[in-house]
Design a protein around this ligand. Structure first.
Ligand code: C2E
Ligand code: MG
Ligand code: MG
Length: 940
């Protein structure tokens, strides 16, 4: 809108003149041009504050387009300023002319600083609007601020004690004093100017002329700046070396800005630094380590000692030690560790790492790198101090020591620890492999019989034999004694059987330990990685468990580990625990097996055989717990118990009127080594009023092979009592005649193995014949053990074996049955019944079983075989070769026939006639099993 138009809208009358700030504007049309040509922004508000007129400068200042400016002034003011601006506007409305500085809101949202004048527009004594003038002073304002900042910076500079700053007039030679100069000269502040002389006085005469020369050149316009060193007299009377720098002052052609600063201190510091550096360097160079400082952001080596070059043998290009350079020199095996090391370092941790440097010629250097990060004041990492040692030699020693620690001294083979480490490293290759535990089973015997020298020879010889037999790819280590382990990768051999057989074949060739040649009894246990375990120690243990199974079954055999072996292991463990309480809980008892005259069947003696009725595992045969008892002192208590029980029983029988025959008890070899055995026997016999000739001790060759004087002494004493000594299992071991000569042996019991083959084995017959012949010569009493059939009996009769012990005449029986025998005096061979004491089930279904829990222990074991015989609605009857506890065990059972498969969970509630009774835990399962059985029985 034009000025004229705008005024027309607010004026009260067309005739009365309008006054703006006291100036009369009578001709509105003519005023237009005047307002337009102002350099400031001109605008008019109506009484309500809305802009109704503006000249071209307002849009320029505020950046709005013309038609958007006709708005209330609040639009152009930042909110925080509105109140103040409104007050100025009100004052103008009340007739006052006001001046103020305010910020205007520019169209693009930045603020501009405006100097504003508001004048009332009056007509006929009424304010009808407000006239405004605005000037953009943003730039001035900025300059003002800059100036004040510069000033404050200057003030700051004045604060720096080492700097003296002042202006010098080149024409008048007056000095404009600054606080720093006043301070320097020791003057008070009132001085407005200082004469040149005051300063020149203090300058050392030598420096005086050169300075005047420079100043004159500057005054003459020949130079705009200069520098000079000069010595100045200080207030304490000494000269101080200063540097003076003069620059022509900007905007003041005849003035120079002069700065003086203390050079001596800086110089001293520089000297000191230089010296310290040199010292440090001397030290760095003297040590063997590589000392360096590395900028962690750029990888630049800021500093390095000679040692760095010595260790790395070269420097990185441009001294930039980056990952690529470093990793290309580090052995790949250590790359991961190095990356982690760097990461930790960058996180600000001081770290030490040992790694290998690999050189192009293949050499390896072990180094130990110790790095300490150094931080900027803001906490970010500036650089790292690194100390690098060459530890190759130390590593070599360490390795040598390690190798020594990992070898068995006698065989020179890797030891158990080395084996475990190797298994672990093989696991990393992820190729399946076998662990074979191999035992030669003779070391104890050889040590005992021939001494430890021979024992060591045996170990060396067996190790060497294994080494010869095993393929190169197979790893061989020593477990202890004459036991070894081999690792066979499936890479090399898919099936381990041929390898195991080759090892077994070792037992067919004698091994010589000068001057002897002995045969090994090789047994092997095998476990597989990863099927049997992924843990190295466990793999070894499993192979050893399997080895024990092989050893038990028969020497010269190998067995694969199966986790049901673990039940054996577990059972053994439980039995070992429980055996301690067997006597006090009255779980042991004796059975008696008669020895008869081979022709007449007349009972001539009997053997007392121990049994253990375990509440959970059922009846335990002596071979399962006597060896356990011999591992501790328990065998003494058990032996005493047997002696006592047998004698007591004899005493009881003597009262019944039955005709008594001698009773024999089995004695552990170790028992004979314990002093006082003979006294105990004597006392017991006396207590039960027994004739010593009614007692016989059965000992095995194992007792004699030790050849201990204690053994022979004990036997002599016992024999002197009148107690007979029998050599049990004769023919099974060495069967040395020497024993017969050296020890007071009265009876030979021919081992059961001869009975097994006697009928059609001419050699067995020949041996038995010669044993009998020899016994006759030595005047020994002979009993043949293990006669089960009439045929065997006939053969022994033919060989003129006088006495027989075996199932054919009777199994071991309880005391009351034996009592009946004693009364009868004569037994008849009963072959038909010989094997029928266990109820042999007529019907059975094959299946699998595994134990899930026993008391509170739970297991994850593999399945073993089972035969299920019959079922009721509540109980399944089954048998299995794996011994199970007779109660408190839950088992999973799977039965299958053809395509049918049924499963159930049972709790074992007892054992009877060799069958376990498993109570169903779930009715539905019980029903399914019932139906399964029916379907099998009734299929035609
Ligand atoms: P042993 O002294 O040779 O006892 C004979 C073993 O052969 C007994 O086994 C007996 O049941 C078994 N036997 C007897 N006749 C026949 C037969 O015709 N055929 C077969 N197949 N076997 C027959 P048992 O009772 O299992 O005892 C095994 C071994 O345990 C005994 O062998 C003995 O060495 C040891 N033992 C038994 N009782 C005691 C004991 O009280 N103390 C000690 N230290 N050892 C004992
Ligand atoms: Mg015996
Ligand atoms: Mg025997």
């Amino acid at each position: 809108m034009a000025f004229f138009e705008a005024m027309k809208t607010i004026r009260r009358s067309d005739t009365a003149p309008i006054h703006i700030g006291g100036l009369e504007v009578s001709r509105l049309e003519q005023s237009e041009a005047f307002f337009h040509h102002q350099t400031d922004a001109i605008f008019v508000f109506d009484a309500a504050g809305t802009i109704i007129y503006f000249n071209e400068h307002l849009p320029e200042i505020l950046g709005y387009s013309e038609h958007t400016l006709y708005e209330h002034f609040s639009v152009f003011n930042p909110p925080d300023q509105m109140e103040a601006v409104s007050q100025f506007f009100q004052r103008a409305l009340q007739g006052e002319t006001v001046h103020y500085t305010a910020r205007g809101l520019h169209a693009d949202q930045h603020l501009v600083t405006l100097k504003i004048t508001n004048m009332p527009i009056e007509q006929e004594g009424h304010v009808i609007g407000v006239y405004g003038v605005a000037r953009d002073v943003t730039r001035e304002k900025q300059l003002e601020e800059d100036v004040s900042e510069i000033r404050s910076q200057l003030e700051l500079t004045e604060q720096v004690p080492e700097l003296v700053l002042f202006y010098y007039d080149l024409r008048s030679h007056q000095i404009e004093p600054s606080p720093s100069l006043l301070k320097f000269l020791g003057l008070r502040e009132e001085q407005s100017s200082i004469e040149q002389q005051r300063l020149l006085e203090r300058i050392h005469p030598w420096d005086f002329d050169p300075l005047r020369f420079e100043i004159e050149r500057m005054a003459a316009g020949k130079q705009d700046q200069f520098e000079q060193e000069l010595s100045l007299l200080t207030s304490d009377g000494s000269y101080q070396l200063l540097r003076l720098k003069a620059v022509r002052r900007a905007g003041h052609a005849h003035q120079a800005s002069i700065v003086l600063y203390d050079l001596s201190e800086i110089d001293a510091a520089r000297q000191q630094l230089k010296m310290e550096r040199a010292q440090a360097r001397d030290i760095y160079e003297a040590v063997n380590a590589a000392i360096s400082q590395i900028d962690l952001t750029t990888g630049r080596i800021l500093f390095h000692s000679q040692g760095f070059l010595h260790i790395y043998e070269e420097l990185p290009k441009n001294l930039i030690l980056n990952d690529t350079w470093l990793l290309s020199r580090i052995d790949p095996r250590d790359h991961d560790a190095m990356r982690k090391f760097m990461q930790r370092l960058l996180q600000g941790h001081a770290e030490t790492l040992q790694y290998r440097l690999r050189f192009p010629d293949g050499r390896i250097k072990w180094v130990e790198d110790q790095q300490i990060p150094i931080f900027h004041s803001d906490g970010s990492i500036a650089y790292s101090n690194s100390i690098l040692h060459d530890i190759t030699l130390q590593k070599a020693y360490e390795e040598q020591l390690r190798q020594l620690a990992l070898r068995d001294v006698v065989t020179g083979l890797p030891n158990r620890q080395a084996l475990i480490e190797t298994i672990e490293s093989w696991q990393a290759r992820t190729v399946p492999f076998f662990v074979l535990s191999v035992s030669f089973n003779r070391i104890t015997e050889i040590n005992n019989a021939f001494g430890h020298g021979s024992g060591d020879q045996w170990l060396q010889a067996t190790a060497a034999r294994l080494n010869d037999v095993k393929p190169d790819e197979v790893f061989l280590g020593h477990l202890g004694g004459d036991e070894y382990a081999l690792l066979v990768s499936t890479d090399y051999e898919q099936d381990v059987t041929p390898c195991a057989e080759r090892l077994l074949a070792i037992s067919t060739q004698p091994i010589s330990i000068e001057p002897y040649a002995l045969f090994a009894r090789v047994s092997i246990g095998i476990s597989r990685y990863p099927q049997d375990s992924t843990d190295a120690v466990e793999l070894l243990k499993h192979s050893y468990t399997a080895l024990r199974r092989s050893r038990r079954d028969d020497h010269s055999a190998f067995h694969h580990y199966a986790s049901n072996l673990d039940i054996d292991y577990y059972r053994r463990y439980r039995l070992e625990q429980d055996l301690h309480y067997a006597i006090e809980r009255d779980q042991l008892f004796l059975e008696y097996q008669p020895k008869v005259d081979s022709w007449t069947g007349k009972i001539v003696g009997m053997e007392a055989l121990i049994r253990w009725q375990h509440p959970e595992w059922g009846r335990i045969p002596p071979n399962d717990f006597i060896p356990l008892s011999e591992e501790s002192a328990l065998h003494i208590d058990i032996g005493d118990w047997v002696l006592e029980a047998a004698c007591r029983q004899m005493n009881e029988w003597s009262k019944t009127g039955a005709s008594l025959v001698p009773i024999s008890i089995n004695v552990s070899p170790k028992r004979l080594l314990i002093p006082g055995f003979e006294h105990q026997i004597e006392q017991t016999l006396t207590r039960y009023a027994l004739d010593p000739t009614l007692l016989e001790l059965e000992i095995t060759e194992a007792a004699l092979i030790m050849d201990d004087p204690m053994t022979s002494r004990t036997l002599e004493s016992v024999s002197a009592l009148g107690v007979r000594i029998a050599l049990d299992d004769f023919g099974k071991g060495y069967s040395s005649m020497v024993y017969l000569q050296r020890y007071p042996i009265d009876v030979i019991k021919i081992d059961r193995q001869f009975a097994t083959h006697i009928y059609d084995d001419a050699k067995a017959q020949a041996i038995v014949k010669s044993i009998l012949y020899m016994a006759n010569e030595f005047n020994l009493y002979v009993v043949a053990e293990g006669i089960e059939t009439i045929q065997q009996l006939d053969t022994f009769r033919m060989l003129e074996c006088p006495r027989i012990q075996g199932y054919l005449f009777s199994r071991p029986v309880p005391s009351d049955v034996m009592e009946g025998f004693l009364i009868r005096e004569i037994l008849y061979p009963i072959e038909a019944c010989a094997l029928s004491s266990d109820t042999v089930p007529r019907f059975s279904v094959p299946g699998k079983i595994r134990m899930l829990t026993h008391h509170t222990e739970s297991f994850t074991l593999a399945f073993s075989d089972l035969q299920a015989h019959q079922t009721s609605t509540k109980v399944l009857y089954f048998s299995t070769e794996t011994p199970l506890p007779s109660h408190a065990a839950t088992c999973e059972i799977r039965l299958n026939e053809g395509l049918q498969l049924v499963t159930c969970t049972v709790t074992i509630i007892g054992q009877q006639d060799g069958q376990y009774m498993g109570e169903y835990t779930n009715e539905t399962e019980a029903e399914q099993i019932m139906r399964f059985f029916q379907s099998l029985r009734y299929t035609p």
